[in-house]
Design a protein around this ligand. Sequence first.
Ligand code: ZN
Length: 297
Amino acid sequence: MASLLPFFIFASLSLVNAKSNSTFTPINRDLYHSSADLLEQIKALVHRHPDKLTVETIKTGNRGYKAEMSVVTYCRSRKEADDRTKFRILLSFGQHGRELITTELAFRILSILSEEQFLPDVDAASLNNILDKLVIKVVPMENVNGRKLVEGGDLCERRNGRGVDLNRNWSVDWGKKEKDYDPYEENPGTGPFSEPETQIMRKLALTFDPHIWVNVHSGMEALFMPYDHRNTTPDGAPSEQMRSLLSKLNNVHCHKRCMIGSGGGSVGFVLLKTENLSIQNLLLSIFSRETTTIVVS
Ligand SMILES: [Zn+2]
């Protein structure tokens, strides 16, 4: 898998430079789609490639709050999308509303997978040979409601539409306060999985059972592996394999600029609170200009 992963990571668009509300710079529409336009374009892309792509919209809600999420499934032969012998990858973007660039990356990846765009210097035959073995599910915009707040002028908003950090709403160490805990930014909600968006992601992860999960964020240059919720890394061969993979990615695609290691240990604070799913996988996190969380079996 190492040969495939790099192209998910090095789309190096510039970061949005969000200002405070009072003097905010309007979002540059030459760089970033609106959420509605982006999702519309992704759906149009899917409809142009029914042989490879499908899209479903999942809706749920509670206590007067509703959320919906588009999930795109890629398989080079669509009929084989449920073939459990294939390697399964889950890519999620836009968990934090203000990280606009991540959803652009989702669109770019889907454009490449549908062969409307192409990677430079990549042998198409060998890439297709790898893609033949995969099923990829893409969540282009996990936090649509939070994104809309950002588009309404609240440019620094990372939380969902009712003020909960979806990256603190999972059950591992839920509600645990780290030294640098920011109650505004990191509001974990009323309990684990209190938020519809988190419920959708959890269900998707459990049913799809991915070998790799990449949760793309923006904000720093780093390639992270487990654990995110504590200041250590797992023991054993899988951990060493993950570190080796991250190191290779860093060397080949990131000009060796990325921090590598456990999310919790490398940045000196506990970064993510993603649930350790019962699936027999391990969690990687990759941060570069895109921050990425990966699960690898
Ligand atoms: Zn983020």
